[in-house]
Design a protein around this ligand. Sequence first.
Ligand SMILES: [Zn+2]
Length: 300
Amino acid sequence: MDALRTCNRARVVGLALLLGYATAPAVEDLSPSQQQFLVGNTLWTLVHEMGHALISELDIHVLGREEDVADLLASLALLHGTPNHAHGDEEIDYLWAAAVGWRTEWWLSRHDGDPTPYWDSHSLDIQRYYNIVCLMYGHNPEMLEQHPDLDLPGGRAVGCSDHEYLRAEGSVRRMLAIYGRSERQPGGAKVAVRFEAPTRAGHQPLADIVEASGVAAHVAEQTEMLFVLPRPISLVFGACLGDESAFWRPELGEIVVCYDLLERFVYLHGLHQCLERADEDSLAARRSCARSVTRYPAGG
Ligand SMILES: [Zn+2]
């Protein structure tokens, strides 16, 4: 399941450019911290999946693994925000939430989950974590002061600021120059956003938080602004019978985000907080987190 989620939990870029969401509404069931973690991980996932969609729809040339490219696009999008959106801490917090999500997934798979699928098309969860924090550090080395728990070894950090970030940013700019929409070019097909009715009552608040945050509508708007799509595509939030994933369906032109994946983000948030509180030297205490943290009560 982890492999599935990973891929699927696969997720775009603004390609230099997302952001500017509304504050999520007060939902009694979830704390502000939970909501922020949920929205951040959902946004990163949406951009990752939009990356797959753009590669497919625009026949973008990819050197290397597509999953790594989609990860990179998602992380750069959250680092940059939109040109007319003052760069603030919100998107960085969202990106940090996504990084912590992957780090927590890694811990879970190592200590209380399914064996790690080394054969998978995605980088390992912990590599996805370090790839995100490398870009965060390369973008702004002061990030280490804001997030001392980045845990980025010096051997990698040097290359992040000297090379990795600049190479990634330059490549995305080149991609936008080649495949992006020019200023005078008319817009292409539209990106629709649809929240289907959850089949489990407990998923409704999660859907409400994500919808009210505006992140899906924003990813759709930015995609329309930056690219000329040859056909309409949809961002669909829907019920997936327990599948904790998100995926691009080229045959339908749909990006699907399962409500079960949103539920998993809330679980990962609780697990992360428990691990933070647990004695770092006590594996037993940390392992007990996996058993003591309850899944989000989706009910039904
Ligand atoms: Zn993917």
